[in-house]
Ligand binder design. Structure first.
Ligand code: HEC
Length: 184
C-alpha cells in the first residue's frame, strides 16, 4: 500500500470516528439538558391545558367571558372532581383544619387572607382589605401568582374557563348560605 492510499484510509477512519464522537456529544447534550424540564411539572400541565383550550375554543378565545356567564353554564358536580387537585393542600369541610393552604369552607365573599390560624404570605396579607368575590377567585385560580404577587400557593392555575367555572361553582356550594352568582 503506498502512502497516498494509507492517508486516504486513515482519513476515512478518522472522519468516521469524529462523526461518531460528535453525535455522541450532541446526544449527551440533549439528554443532559432534558431532566431540567421535569423540574416544572406545572408548566407542562399549563401548556396541555392551553392547547386543549385553543382546540375547544375554535379561535374565539380572545374575548374572555364574564365570570357570570361562565358560572351560569357551570356544573358544581364536575367542579368537585376538579377540586381533587386542590385537596392535597386544602380542606373543604366546615370548621376543617388548615393544611399546607387555609381551609376553603365558605370562601366566597370571605375576606382575603382571613382564615383563622393560618400564616399567609406577605402578598396575600397585602390584599386583606379585599374580598374573595367570584371575580377575584376567578382571577386567582386562573393564575395564582398573577393575582397575589409572591403567593406561597404552589399551583400553576387552571387556564380552562369551563373547568375553572365548574370548580368555582363547587367552592360556592361549600356554604350554609351559598352566595348568588353574578348576572351573566
Ligand atoms: C400545593 C398546595 C396547594 C394547592 C395544590 C392549591 N393551593 Fe390554594 N393555597 C395554598 C397556599 C399555601 C395558600 C396560601 C397562599 C398565600 O398565603 O399566599 C393558598 C391559598 C388559597 C386561597 C386563598 C384563601 C384565603 O383564605 O385567602 C384560595 C381561594 C385557594 N388557595 C384556592 C385553591 C384552589 C381552588 C385550588 C385548586 C384548584 C388550590 N388552591 C390548590 C396551597 C395550595
Amino acid at each position: 500500500m503506498n502512502s497516498w492510499t494509507f492517508n486516504k484510509i486513515a482519513g476515512a477512519v478518522l472522519g468516521t470516528a469524529l462523526l461518531v464522537f460528535g453525535l455522541k456529544g450532541i446526544t449527551g447534550l440533549i439528554y443532559q439538558t432534558h431532566p431540567a424540564s421535569h423540574e416544572k411539572p406545572g408548566f407542562a400541565i399549563e401548556v396541555a391545558e392551553a392547547a386543549g383550550e385553543a382546540a375547544a375554543g375554535g379561535g374565539e378565545a380572545e374575548a374572555p367571558k364574564s365570570i357570570g356567564a361562565l358560572l351560569a353554564a357551570a356544573d358544581a358536580t364536575k367542579g368537585a372532581a376538579e377540586a381533587k387537585a386542590c385537596a392535597a393542600c386544602h380542606d373543604f369541610t366546615k370548621g376543617g383544619p388548615n393544611k399546607t393552604g387555609p381551609g376553603l369552607w365558605d370562601v366566597v365573599e370571605r375576606k382575603i387572607a382571613s382564615h383563622e390560624g393560618y400564616a399567609y404570605s406577605e402578598g396575600a396579607t397585602a390584599k386583606a382589605a379585599e374580598t374573595w368575590t367570584y371575580d377575584n377567585l376567578n382571577a386567582f385560580i386562573a393564575n395564582p401568582k398573577g393575582f397575589v404577587a409572591g403567593t406561597k400557593m404552589a399551583f400553576g392555575g387552571i387556564k380552562n374557563d369551563a373547568k375553572r367555572a365548574n370548580l368555582i361553582a363547587y367552592l360556592a356550594s361549600l356554604s350554609d348560605a351559598p352566595k348568588p352568582f353574578p348576572a351573566p
